[in-house]
Design a protein around this ligand. Structure first.
Ligand SMILES: *Cc1c(COP(=O)(O)O)cnc(C)c1O
Length: 407
């Protein structure tokens, strides 16, 4: 009899967003007339912008013509896209990343999972808490998390970097004498707290990784939402980051590609472990396990980097952010404490003393017909907090806020 990967049995039962959906549906069944507004999902709602649609249609037409049809493409992505990325996402910030250091993928979640192939199962991972769940989840399958302790809500082998009000939700590097992690996950602008890291704080993480021989996996999925002046637009603005960091980007929130699937990773040529080049390992891994992102989607992605594409996607991001800023401002006007919302489409609301995340979820759903995401779903440190997103329409967002004000 064959054997299964026993690590799968370590996943805890409930998946956060499934639980949210189930509660929403139950309420909807028992209150068929209720008009429920969701400010909970981390998914975009606006359609693809015109210049992206045009590229998609043109590329689809190319595929239907014998003269322009394309079969397998390069595993690492087409040069037209990698060159555009290097120019627009890095050169303009004074950072030299070569197209050769850019690897196109079909989504940051796949990339986060795939990159774990490069690391042995002896590595200790460090994760911010609260956190996007994919960092731990992608390591569970490889056996790097130990066991999920239902009591603490944490994985036994993971090192947690507490993100609390006291540190402004940006973790400091571990102090002297603390044990050090090997693989450090950082996500800024952050999901779920919505906060951004400063250049100097990020530089301290880079220095720490260089000193300890750790690698940083820097998830910059919300890069397009940054507006704080002097915030780092890529980790490679920090000195030495090319020797210790992989940066992940996604077209999902930037350009509304959640249903299209497109992403990229930067694995700098200078990133080495001992003598081994991680970039070369990843190339080999692609050859073994991947045949490249779809041509038409890559063409659509390249359209994002044209001047019109930059303008049209920035407009969408600005509209989401207007919602987010309104949410934060109105919550504060109601007397709540709220964080984030400036550099990300998320507002992280502090609940009144003693109130639990799921209790507030139930109250909000049943009394206001509004759905958000309980903070504790992002880890134990999220207890007592609640996440709202700016991905709704302005009208529905306003209506939801009016109902919350009446609570
Ligand atoms: C949405 C999101 C991503 C993007 O995932 P895709 O697989 O590219 O859609 C990555 N990281 C974080 C923190 C996210 O919230």
């Amino acid at each position: 009899m064959y054997d299964l990967n026993q690590n799968f049995s370590r996943f805890p039962g409930g998946y956060l967003f499934a639980a949210v959906r189930q509660k929403k549906e139950e309420f909807q069944r028992s209150h068929p007339d209720a008009d429920v507004i969701s400010l909970g999902i981390g998914d975009v709602t606006k359609p693809l912008c015109p210049v992206v649609m045009k590229a998609l249609e043109d590329a689809a037409a190319e595929m239907g013509d014998a003269a322009t049809f394309r079969g397998y493409g390069p595993y690492e992505g087409y040069a037209f896209l990698r060159e555009a990325i290097a120019r627009v996402d890095f050169q303009q910030y004074g950072v030299k990343i070569l197209p050769d250091e850019i690897f196109v993928g079909d989504g940051a979640k796949s990339d986060l999972a795939g990159i774990t192939d490069l690391f042995s199962d002896r590595n200790r991972i460090a994760i911010c808490e609260p956190t996007y769940p994919a960092y731990a989840d992608s390591n569970v399958v490889g056996g790097r998390c130990g066991y999920f302790d239902e009591h603490t809500g944490r994985w036994t082998s993971v090192m947690y970097l507490d993100c609390t009000e006291d540190n402004g939700f940006v973790p400091e590097v571990p102090g002297m004498g603390a044990s050090s992690p090997d693989i450090i996950y950082l996500c800024f602008p952050n999901n779920p707290t919505g906060v951004m890291i400063t250049r100097s704080a990020l530089q301290r993480w880079v220095n720490y990784a260089l000193e300890k021989g750790a690698v940083i996996l820097y998830d910059a999925a919300y890069n397009a939402f940054i507006e704080t002046p002097d915030a780092p637009h890529t980790i490679y603005e920090c000195a030495g980051a090319e020797q210790c960091a992989i940066e992940l980007r996604s077209f999902s929130k930037t350009a509304g590609f959640t249903g299209m699937r497109l992403s990229y990773m930067v694995i700098p040529e200078a990133l080495r472990c001992g003598g081994a080049s991680l970039r070369n390992m990843w190339k080999r891994r692609l050859g073994a396990r991947y045949n490249g992102a779809p041509y038409i989607i890559q063409r659509a992605g390249a359209a994002v980097y044209t001047p019109e594409g930059q303008k049209q996607t920035a407009q969408q991001v600005a509209e989401y952010k207007q919602n987010t800023k309104r949410i934060r401002a109105e919550l504060e006007a109601m007397g709540y404490t709220a964080y984030g919302g400036t550099d990300a489409p998320y507002v992280w609301m502090k609940l009144p003393a003693g109130m639990k995340s799921w209790d507030f979820f139930d109250l909000l759903l049943t009394k206001a017909g509004v759905v958000g995401t309980p903070g504790v779903g992002f880890g134990a440190d999220g207890e007592g907090f609640f996440r709202f997103t700016g991905f709704g329409t302005p009208e529905r967002t306003e209506e939801a806020l009016a109902r919350i004000a009446k609570l």
